[in-house]
Ligand binder design. Sequence first.
Ligand SMILES: [Zn+2]
Length: 339
Amino acid sequence: MLYSSTFARKGVKVLVYKGKWSGFRMRYHNFRVTPAAVYHNGKKYTFKRHSVFFKTSRALRIHNSSYTGSFICYIKGSYIKIINYINFEHYVGGVLRGEIASSWPMEAIKAQAVCARTYAYSLYLKAPSARYHLVSSEKHQVFKGTYKLNSRYKNAVYATRGIIMMYDRKPIKAFFHACCGGNTANSRNVWESTASPPYLKMVRCPYCKNYKKFRWQESYSFKEINHRLRKFLKNRRHIKGLKIGAYTGGRRVKFMWIYTERSKFRLSGNKFRLAMGAHRIASLKFRMKFVKGRVKFYGKGFGHGVGLCQWGAKTLADKGFDYRFILKYYFKNINFIKL
Ligand SMILES: [Zn+2]
């Protein structure tokens, strides 16, 4: 059977550091690396197939995050990769710390816990025996370690333990974002994939309006746009102009026309957003205007817009809806199972 009821107690491997080991210092931790072994606080660990496994009673502190559990190190030349090997449910708690404030209503935190668990489990299933299943950054989901976790996070994990979202007998792609700006996005329109799964379709969301960045504005000089697009596209062609090409049903920019000296080409809205800086062009729900030699953008929402809208979930939780209702609102036709 694919889903064992004991799975939730098992471990998951998360890459928490990747970089140069020389000059690498962690609080309470001292690493010394030789071609044959790694010395951690004076204790020798020999390589077993080029990796070192160690446990520590103290939290491993890296870049303002404190990790507990066991660790596996891989060292190649002057680079080190540190993988945190932890209980699956503890991992979910560490993601809550990175992705949602502990002061938020409990049902919103629980909804986030189910998203985090579902997402992590689907990545785990892709390659169960991989060296690591997830990375601790925004590439997957922000994981800030499990050391001294707030009790509200722990309660949310415990209350939903093992629960994940399924569609067609598979874990769903449980995407989430800060604020949808009024309606969520069809995943196909954001990432140009062939089809949106039925549970990642646009839903109306009148619940995220009180987010302070619900509306945003940003402006760029033409010089900066040129610089950013040329860098992103790895292209030397001078960019003469740009125009919104088309909108999707939910008023998100589908693609841009980019004009060069000789021709024009299309660039997907999402790629344009990445080129301009995803924190500045906060979402694809924007209009554009030329004002006094600058290009101004006026938009709504924050993030890619696919899946759960966190600020919407907060409002629904404040209104008294439970986490199952909230998740079913943003992910249509899903069901829940317990691992
Ligand atoms: Zn919303």
